[in-house]
Design a protein around this ligand. Structure first.
Ligand code: DP6
Length: 343
């Protein structure tokens, strides 16, 4: 049977995607920049079988409830159409991190699904084509296709909206310490949330200023200027949550403990510890820091009782085909770090 396995990392956006100009095509309202998160991964195996009557999908070994299968099937339809094949598929996906907790599992999910399905169908696609296809499954998945730090372009046409690498994973030894406050699924997923962005009177102002924020962020990455990165990433997070809080209905993803960290982290920075927060559509706080600060940042996060668990990620490679799982293949990013997380 035509089968392939792919590995993809989720990513954390430094400049956020929130809202589409076209919901069906997932053409975003604004460009965005992110970092792939080595240390967290999704592995997906796609096996096409001409004898199957329907697609089958398991996540962590069980068939998920709700719309997950329909979304996977619709995505496979795009790839089947490319290959001119009608075969149904068995899809098995495993995350090694909590699903649906604001760690952008849809990004790694659709990046891995796109790469595995394309390989199993024998399609030879460029990175750009894979990024465009991944975008159709989940917008942020477009950014998990290329390596390292990536930028996804907002454009009016399907073939123009894709992500490219702007720096390799080893360009900058950043660490993302993800403070898990709540690992349950979020009440409103980002697919529905994205559709509400336009109902906020603040969305226009947020997107109008994105070109400036993208430029500041690109330069901070290029020059490895953490002080500049910290300010722009935090500002962008607050702008996105301002839109969420003022959409109709309102989306309140922040927990009281999220706000504790939104106050503490800038105070740590003002006192000389390099750290910055960024928060996606969930309560958990991604605490970015240069490698040298990671041990101290981790120590401080552990002192906060509401922080239940800390995940550690480093800049990661893009989505790729891998052999079926062998236990020692897990990609943790740069391997020669002097600092080792306690978990
Ligand atoms: C808050 O890419 O998950 O994480 O395209 O509807 O699947 P869909 O949405 P998704 O939205 C992610 C939004 C975000 C910010 C970001 O990653 O840029």
């Amino acid at each position: 049977m035509p089968t392939a396995t792919a590995l993809a990392h989720p990513n954390i956006a430094f400049i956020k995607y929130w809202g589409n100009r076209d919901d069906a095509l997932r053409l975003p309202a604004n460009g965005s920049i992110s970092m792939n998160l080595a240390g967290l991964e999704t592995r997906t195996t796609v096996e096409f079988d001409p004898r199957l009557g329907e697609d089958e999908f398991t996540l962590q070994g069980t068939a998920p409830k709700g719309m997950a299968l329909a979304r996977v099937s619709a995505h496979l339809d795009l790839l089947r159409a490319r290959a001119g094949k009608a075969w149904k598929a068995r899809v098995a996906s495993e995350n090694d991190f909590p699903t649906g907790a604001g760690i952008a599992s849809s990004a790694s999910a659709f990046a891995a699904l796109t790469v595995a399905a394309a390989a199993a169908l024998g399609l030879t696609l460029t990175e750009r084509e894979l990024s465009i296809l991944a975008r159709r499954g989940s917008g942020s998945a477009s950014r998990s296709i290329p390596d390292g730090f990536t930028e996804w372009y907002a454009a009016p046409k399907d073939g123009q909206s894709y992500a490219e690498s702007i720096a390799a994973p080893d360009h900058w030894r950043l660490v993302d310490l993800i403070a898990i406050i709540d690992s349950g699924p979020k009440p409103v997923g980002s697919a529905e949330g994205n559709k509400l962005a336009r109902t906020s009177p603040l969305q226009k102002a947020r997107t109008a200023d994105v070109p400036r924020r993208l430029e500041v962020c690109r330069r901070a990455i290029r020059e490895k200027d953490f002080a500049v990165l910290a300010e722009i990433v935090e500002e962008d997070t607050r702008l996105m949550h301002a839109v969420m809080l003022t959409s109709k209905p309102a989306l309140v993803y922040l927990d009281p403990a999220t706000l504790i960290l939104m106050r503490s982290i800038p105070q740590w920075r003002a006192a000389g510890l390099s750290a910055a927060y960024t928060i996606d559509a969930g309560p958990n706080v991604h605490c970015l820091c240069p490698e040298e600060s990671a041990a101290e940042v981790e120590r401080r996060l552990r002192e906060i009782p509401e922080v239940r668990q800390i995940l550690c990620a480093r800049p990661g490679a893009g989505a790729r085909v891998v052999p079926q799982r062998s236990p020692d293949e897990t990609d943790r990013g740069y391997a020669d770090s002097a600092w080792k997380p306690l978990d």
